[in-house]
Ligand binder design. Structure first.
Ligand code: UDX
Ligand code: ADP
Length: 469
């Protein structure tokens, strides 16, 4: 069985960075090098004051312990590849924006470029591991590229080892994963490569949590897990619409159904809509796969999960307009939270982007506050969401604030778009004093104590709650 002494991770993003930093921490005998083409990103990973390029609780501590010991960050991709026994491919796989499958299929350009680089550079045999979420059978394409371009003496075994970490809890998820999934070809070499990777994880993960399966099952399991999780949120959000119309309370409904041990209590929090880099992308991937396999009904089934999510966002912004006497033109709206969930600075597919675009179209003035997201990221996202509107025009309508209190000043309404814990403990009396009256709060995350806010004087609207004011 090949032994892993050196690991290279291609891609220093949200997946590759934390995952390989934790591998380095837990395996001091393995040298781990994380490489990326993006110089600024690598510089940030190497920064003397540990201002890392991504915000993730616990990550800095891991990097402080391992960096310079057996964890290295570099832009020298070729050296990383040459030195490694095992290479993780953790590059981005966004949804295609043009061409065949646009809007649905994953853009595998980055995976392909990284794979070609491995083939062109490697002078000895390697285990190549797909870590990025990829469509089913991508490993086969990688094998074809590697086989067709490899140097003599360089043999490649390909494994699928999808990452199940969630942002915000990545370090805990990596320290104690529910399971580690490794897919391989069921050949002797495939099984040996699988055993070599399994040995790496066994440095801290109990053996019974390491599942070894066929390659295609592993690739599909990642898509399936995300699709099922997203489906739960769309289901509870669909029920939240019924609650609002009937006077039922979605928190009570979720609690009641979650007590059934077959359903379970997790992932039943109604919200303004799910975001993140994975859910929508993976479902659209599944839809594309189903369509290409001629499974029209299956494709339609999964597509509905995304349709419901879009509906939830639209429904929420409409409720804001309806409640504010059918117009928000010229009114100041404070949006608290821009990240797609709490404890991350990531904004990919964040519901806040859609809400703010809707408010812009209604010609409201929008104040935004998020504790982690950088201003240039907010401008880039809003610019992309409204391609027909010049950035300068957006910046006349939207303002980025440095505290929740500042964002709420002179506003007519406060929207809670991300469930940051600090929004629970802001000085709501001071917020109320600074707002125009009547002062409205719209809780899109079931976060605040609505009754307490009402006792201060706010008119509170909560997602999945019938009574309006
Ligand atoms: C997800 C998967 O959980 C993870 O296993 C996979 O590796 C990557 O995709 P992530 O996108 O980081 O992780 O975050 P997650 O916690 O799953 O939340 C996704 C979205 O769903 C967020 O916008 C979150 O706010 C929303 N959500 C989650 C709800 O609206 N309600 C819930 O009950 C749970
Ligand atoms: P994820 O959430 O999947 O980790 P990110 O976009 O955060 O996605 O990170 C992917 C990283 O992969 C980016 O920093 C990007 O620069 C890097 N990358 C993409 N293609 C290559 C490549 N061929 N070689 C090295 N790094 C790459």
């Amino acid at each position: 069985m090949p032994r892993v002494n050196q690991i290279c991770c291609i891609g220093a993003g949200y997946v590759g960075g934390p995952t390989c930093a934790v591998i380095a921490l837990k395996c001091p005998h393995i040298r781990v090098t994380i490489v990326d083409l993006n110089q600024a990103r690598i510089d940030a990973w190497n920064s003397p004051d540990f201002s890392l390029p991504i915000y993730e609780p616990g990550l800095e501590d891991v990097v402080r312990k391992a960096r310079g010991r057996n964890l290295f960050f570099s832009t020298d991709v070729d050296k990383g590849i040459r030195d490694a026994d095992l290479i993780f491919v953790s590059v981005n796989t966004p949804t295609k924006k043009s061409g065949v499958g646009a809007g649905f299929a994953a853009d595998l350009n980055y995976v392909e470029l990284a794979t070609r680089r491995i083939a062109a550079t490697a002078t000895s045999s390697k285990i190549v591991v797909e870590k990025s979420t990829v469509p089913c059978r991508t490993a086969e394409s990688m094998r074809t590229i590697l086989d067709a371009n490899s140097k003599p003496n360089a043999r490649f075994d390909i494994l699928s080892n999808p990452e199940f970490l969630a942002e915000g809890t990545a370090i805990d998820d990596l320290f104690a994963p529910d399971r580690v999934l490794i897919g391989s070809l069921q050949t002797q070499e495939g099984k040996e490569a699988c055993a070599a990777l399994s040995e790496v994880y066994q440095n801290w993960v109990p053996k019974e949590r390491i599942l070894t399966v066929g390659l295609w099952s592993s690739e599909l399991s990642k898509l399936a897990a995300n699709a099922m999780l997203a489906q739960r949120i769309s289901s509870i959000n669909a029920l939240s619409a019924i609650c609002e119309a009937t006077g039922a309370n979605i928190a009570e409904v979720a609690h009641s159904i979650g007590q059934d041990s077959r359903i379970g209590p997790k992932f039943l929090r109604a919200s303004v809509g799910f975001g993140g880099s994975c859910f929508q992308k993976d479902i659209l991937n599944l839809v594309y796969l189903s369509e290409s396999l001629n499974l029209k009904e299956v494709a339609e089934y999964w597509k509905q999960v995304v349709t419901m999510n879009e509906y939830q966002k639209r429904r929420f912004s409409k409720r804001v307009v309806d409640t504010l006497f059918n117009t928000i033109t010229g009114k100041r709206i404070a949006v608290l939270g821009f990240a797609f969930k709490a404890d991350t600075g990531d904004t990919r597919e964040s519901a806040a982007i859609t809400l703010i675009r809707d408010f812009q179209q209604e010609r409201a003035l929008v104040n935004i506050y998020d504790p982690q997201v950088e201003s240039n990221q907010i401008w880039a996202d809003l610019n992309e969401a409204s391609p027909d509107v010049p950035l300068a025009a957006i910046q006349r309508q939207v303002f980025i604030c440095s505290s929740a209190l500042e964002a709420c000043k002179n506003a007519e309404a406060v929207i809670i778009a991300t469930e940051w814990a600090e929004f629970k403990t802001i000085d709501w009396e001071a917020v109320y004093a600074g707002m125009n009256k009547p002062a409205f709060v719209f809780d899109g995350r079931l976060l605040v104590d609505a009754d307490r806010l009402r006792s201060i004087g706010f008119k509170v609207t909560v997602i999945g709650r019938g009574e309006r004011l």
